[in-house]
Design a protein around this ligand. Structure first.
Ligand code: ADE
Length: 228
């Protein structure tokens, strides 16, 4: 998969792109990611990317010219162009899985009070929000979405099976995990985990998933979180 990120703050992605599973996925060629500074497509002498809102009001709005030029420079036939915005559709695990099957994604990070609506109307295919709060710009939202979808690309996670049992794949939260020592500061791990009885362990884990989900996220039990 190829991903291009258009942002005014490319440095915000430096650590994210080189560390851990995403860094390894890039090294191994599962993921090719280009990060581009929108300012590189500004043509005036001050390299302006924003302007005052027409009709008045506070703040600044990202201008059409550099953004159209940036998108047109990186897009490819059949790519999916995604704008990150708090008024986008809520991002989900199901959406991450669907996006992981695309061959080329272009993420546009907004800034200031937003971007000129004509960009959204013509060169954006989808708008996504990562939650009901407002970030200073969409760059970290792009990173969150890339991180979540990369895990669904075959080969990115060493152990494919680690995807199958975890939170949200089955609309349930994860079960509690323990490792050695079996007793730490007087706290013993649940006995069943030391039993070697895999049927009993499986049953206990499933019951814990249901108990935790009912307690912490009852909304997940009534929703079909499987639609993309
Ligand atoms: N840009 C600013 N806030 C955002 C959010 N919550 N989700 C996606 N993009 C954003």
């Amino acid at each position: 998969m190829r991903i291009d990120v258009l942002t005014l703050f490319p440095g915000m992605l430096d650590g994210f792109l080189s560390e851990s599973i995403i860094g390894r996925a890039r090294e191994r060629g599962h993921l090719e990611i280009g990060v581009h500074n929108i300012r590189d497509w500004a043509t005036d002498k001050h390299r302006t990317t924003d302007d005052r809102p027409l009709g008045g009001g506070a703040g600044m709005v990202m201008k059409c010219e550099p953004v159209f030029a940036a998108i047109e420079a990186v897009q490819s036939p059949g790519c999916r162009r995604i704008y990150l915005t708090p008024d986008g559709a809520p991002f989900s695990s199901a959406r991450a899985e669907a996006l992981s099957r695309e061959s080329h994604l272009v993420f546009l990070s907004g800034h200031y009070e937003g971007i000129d609506q004509r960009i959204r109307d013509t060169v954006i295919d989808e708008e996504l929000s990562i939650g009901d709060y407002v970030l200073t710009n969409g760059t970290l939202a792009a990173a969150v979405i890339i991180d979540a979808l990369a895990r669904f690309i075959p080969g990115v996670l060493g152990e494919e099976k680690s995807l199958t049992h975890e939170s949200f794949t089955a609309c349930l939260l994860d079960f509690p995990q323990y490792t050695r020592p079996a007793t730490y500061r007087g706290m013993a791990v649940p006995e069943v985990l030391l039993s070697g009885n895999h049927t009993a362990i499986g049953k206990w884990r499933r019951a814990e998933q249901e108990r935790k989900t009912a307690l912490l996220r009852p909304d997940l039990l009534n929703s079909s979180n499987t639609t993309a």
